[in-house]
Design a protein around this ligand. Structure first.
Ligand code: 0PR
Length: 362
């Protein structure tokens, strides 16, 4: 009998660039059990539909929302697209002449590229505004960019490149003063920000929606993102009729979805919220500060890691030499080294990385 080669996934040992991580073992098990279920058809697959409600409720608890609406998305991209989608539809419904308005959304240049995808697909204008010296949305620029046609302002709570948190309460005020809605992208930061002093959540400001991904710091297997909304109307604004299914409407972007993501997210949050996530935040923040210090003593310019993400200036030659040593590292748009201290990143692996750095530089 011919043997089929079964590839094994690469391990995470040298992965310093990723916002994904090894799932918690219990989450892994739960995901495997639910591989064949489809929360896209909740009336048929009721167990996973109930689990999805549990996931949304726990995400609400993490983000300071007592009565959350939303669903488990395929990731931060879908959550951001649907936030823009809902805001556009709601702005349209609010207007005097539905269907005839041009809508815009306002976000800092630090926003994830999923928002560009959203704007393009949904036919809204994306107005990007600059960030300040600390890589946070420039509030004067946000204020200047919003107008009567602004459907949504987006703030980032844990930015992809520098791990920065925008001034969410101030941005929310600007948005609401302009009769726009406010979305926070906490896809990466959402599971660690509860243990910081940042103001980022539904409890800190009257924000309307949020993206928060269990498959990043939540230690759930892919695919598990989260879209949360304060009002039912936000999710209703996404719903289409599905007359031939057992359930008669659907608010998700995808149709068939993976029950694995939902079950994995619930299991991970059951295991880790809040104590496990708190410990993880502390460990990885300490790792980021360690790496930043060690790079600085080597004369390398480092951006202060205010969350567990380190960026530093490194020559292309050094960067490439480290890639040749199998380190999976990435760069910011400005060309800096970017290391994301996710739960799989150990102090020992950072020490090995520094040893290789010293060797390739000498
Ligand atoms: N919002 C923020 C703030 C993000 O950082 C990301 C992804 C998203 C939204 C989109 O999330 P999904 O990718 O789940 O749809 N940020 C990572 C990035 O673009 C995604 C990633 C993850 C890339 C793992 C590489 C990787 O190995 O860098």
């Amino acid at each position: 009998m011919q043997r089929v080669r079964q590839p094994t996934p690469q391990d995470f040992d040298r992965v310093l660039s990723s916002m994904c991580t090894e799932p918690h073992p219990r989450a892994h098990e739960a995901a495997v059990e639910f591989l064949a279920t489809n929360p896209g058809d909740p009336a048929t697959y009721q167990t996973v539909a109930d689990l999805e409600q549990e996931a949304v409720d726990t995400l609400g608890e993490i983000t300071g929302l007592d009565d959350p609406f939303g669903y488990v998305t395929s990731g931060g991209t879908e959550a951001n697209i649907q936030a823009v989608h809902a805001a556009r539809n709601r702005a349209d419904a609010d207007s005097d002449a539905p269907g005839s308005d041009e809508h815009n959304i306002v976000a800092p240049t630090s926003v994830h590229f999923s928002v560009n995808k959203a704007a393009e697909m949904l036919g809204v204008e994306l107005r990007t505004v600059p960030v300040d010296d600390d890589y946070r949305a420039d509030l004067d620029a946000v204020e200047a960019a919003v107008d009567d046609d602004t459907a949504l302002v987006i703030g980032v709570a844990g930015s992809t490149e520098y791990g920065r948190v925008d001034a969410i309460p101030a941005m929310t005020e600007i948005a609401h003063d302009a009769s726009a809605r406010m979305h926070v992208d906490a896809s990466w930061g959402g599971f660690i920000l509860p243990f910081t002093d940042y103001e980022w959540s539904f409890a800190d400001a009257p924000i309307d929606s949020m993206a928060i991904d269990p498959h990043k710091f939540g230690q759930a297997p892919v695919p598990a993102g989260g879209l949360l909304a304060r009002e039912r109307a936000t999710v209703d604004a996404l719903a289409v009729d599905t007359p031939y299914l057992e359930s008669t409407s659907q608010a998700t972007l995808t149709g068939t979805r993976s029950g694995a993501g939902v079950a994995g997210a619930v299991a991970a949050m059951d295991e880790l919220w809040p104590a496990g996530y708190r410990q993880q935040y502390r460990d990885q923040q300490a790792n980021a500060e360690f790496l930043a210090r060690e790079l600085a003593v080597r004369g390398i310019d480092v951006v202060e890691p205010t969350l567990p993400l380190v960026t530093a200036s490194l020559s292309t030659a050094t960067f490439e030499a480290l890639r040749d040593e199998e380190w999976r590292i990435a760069r910011t748009a400005a060309g800096e080294l970017r290391v994301v201290c996710m739960p799989h990143v150990s102090r020992a692996s950072l020490e090995a990385f520094l040893a290789d750095l010293d060797r390739v530089r000498s």
